[in-house]
Design a protein around this ligand. Structure first.
Ligand SMILES: C[S@@+](CC[C@H](N)C(=O)[O-])C[C@H]1O[C@@H](n2cnc3c(N)ncnc32)[C@H](O)[C@@H]1O
Length: 203
């Protein structure tokens, strides 16, 4: 759900999984459905074994409505995997400064991260850290935080695992930044801003 341009859906299909990838902005053709997940009808589909939401739940207008729909589409015992960021921890100033200056240095080195669109509008195109920090804090005010979606998930599914880890390296930075992000998290210098939650639908 919320497959975006569909790389994960295509990789899963290529790996032999039967996939339905739903997003109002989905590409044309199989395995995509161009719709909001709330628009799917359980009667039109075999019950799904699993649902995967990567960075889409924070955008869901009414999380409860979206998750109730996911419940109706999954088989009993079906799995929901949620991969998200923790906006509350992105507001931590050392963490935000790490993100800003890593992007800035990649940008000045002529690498991606400075404005290729992959960073979701977080790119450091402002005159200073302070103005960028104010701008992204304002942007994030409109999306759901960890507390909202964990509460809604735990109301509807049995939690199997929750883990926290690096996230910024894949948000307009570079895979090579991941070890540094991990190290700083382990040392307590910056916050783990990524969240993986896995839950199961009870019968
Ligand atoms: C930040 S993008 C993430 C896209 C992709 N999962 C990725 O990780 O690159 C969020 C996506 O969620 C989609 N989305 C938001 N609400 C949705 C809903 N109710 N049903 C389906 N897709 C939704 C948006 O259209 C958008 O493509």
């Amino acid at each position: 759900m919320g497959c975006g341009s569909g790389e994960l859906a295509l990789a899963l299909s290529a790996g032999g999984w039967r996939v339905t990838a739903v997003d109002p902005r989905a590409p044309d053709g199989e395995p995509f459905v161009r719709a909001a997940v709330e628009e799917l009808e359980a009667a039109d589909h075999e019950p799904f074994d699993a649902a995967v939401a990567v960075l889409s739940l924070h955008h869901a207008g009414d999380i409860g409505t979206v998750l109730d729909k996911v419940r109706s589409l999954l088989r009993p015992g079906g799995v929901l995997v949620v991969d998200e960021f923790r906006k509350e921890h992105l507001a931590d100033r050392p963490t935000a400064a790490f993100f800003y200056y890593q992007q800035l240095s990649l940008f000045h080195a002529g690498r991606r991260g400075g404005g290729d669109g992959a960073s979701g509008g977080h790119q450091p195109d402002e005159a200073s850290f302070e103005s960028w920090y104010a701008r992204i804090s304002e942007r994030r005010a409109g999306v759901h935080g960890e507390r909202d979606f964990l509460a809604a998930l735990e109301e509807r599914f049995a939690t199997r695992s929750v883990s926290y880890g690096p996230y910024l390296f894949r948000q307009g930075l570079d895979a090579e930044v991941e070890p540094l992000e991990r190290k700083l998290i382990a040392e307590g210098g910056i916050r783990p801003t990524g969240l993986r939650w896995v839950g199961v639908l009870g019968s």
